[in-house]
Design a protein around this ligand. Structure first.
Ligand code: MN
Length: 253
């Protein structure tokens, strides 16, 4: 058996859940680490396929180390289900509150990817799609500022349901919300697509920063139009199978 075979083997606590989904969630953790979207921090969840008000998320662990045995079911309060729960992520509430108000969302990824941070702290420079792979960013990427609801002395973390709900409200119908001075949260109707979006949101931020640095005084990059972004998102969205196989192989070698 390979390292991956052992890591994705469904644990007894997840009986009934499609083993392929469990494998995808373990792979997603590895892939996001390998691509530098998450480091020791950050997390990825998936809506529970049998109890859609619940979700699956790792216990408190660096994503690059997550195996199926580390996955925990969380309830509508973003609390772990079952007796004697393990230590869990402080920011689990952002997952639960997004699933609550976005029935179309099946996967949520939270990261501190460095490349996106500048676009959350310079109000005149919003994250916008600069190439066809990032059309999902759309016309407007919201920036959540925790001072909106929790004052100006927080540690910027989403530590409770109210803060999670405020982030979810800021996200609205978008696929990405930046979080000022903190990171980003990416959602999709499919786990693999969420991973794709998290990777390419980071790449887009890198390209956009490079483009802005090249601009002459007064010049601005030529961004995708709103219609181009929508067309590209619909077109590329059907291509996820190709990168996924490569990413999985790369993540375990
Ligand atoms: Mn965080």
């Amino acid at each position: 058996m390979s390292l991956r075979d052992v890591a994705v083997a469904p644990p007894p606590g997840l009986a009934g859940v499609d083993p392929a989904l469990i494998a995808d969630l373990v792979d997603a953790n590895r892939i996001l680490f390998r691509h530098g979207v998450v480091d020791a921090f950050g997390h990825v969840s998936v809506r529970h396929p049998l109890r859609p008000a619940h979700f699956l998320l790792s216990r408190n662990l660096a994503p690059g180390l997550v195996t199926a045995a580390d996955l925990v079911e969380f309830d509508t309060e973003s609390e772990p289900v079952g007796a004697d729960p393990p230590r869990v992520y402080l920011e689990r509430f952002l997952h639960g509150e997004i699933y609550r108000v976005r029935p179309d969302v099946t996967a949520v990824i939270h990261s501190h990817a460095a490349a996106v941070i500048p676009f959350g702290i310079v109000p005149s420079r919003r994250l916008r799609p600069v190439f066809h792979m990032a059309g999902f960013l759309g016309a407007h990427v919201p920036v959540f500022d925790i001072r909106c609801c929790s004052g100006d002395a927080t540690d910027l973390l989403i530590r409770n349901r109210d803060q999670g709900a405020a982030l979810a409200a800021s996200l609205g119908a978008a696929s990405v919300a930046l979080m000022r001075g903190h990171g980003a949260t990416v959602v999709a109707g499919d786990l693999r697509q969420a991973v794709y979006r998290a990777i390419y949101a980071k790449t887009n931020a890198e390209l956009q920063a490079a483009s802005l640095a090249l601009c002459a005084p007064g010049e601005m990059p030529v961004y995708l139009t709103e219609a181009e972004a929508a067309t590209a998102a619909a077109s590329i969205g059907g291509q996820i199978a190709r990168p996924w196989g490569l990413w999985v192989q790369d993540a375990w070698t």
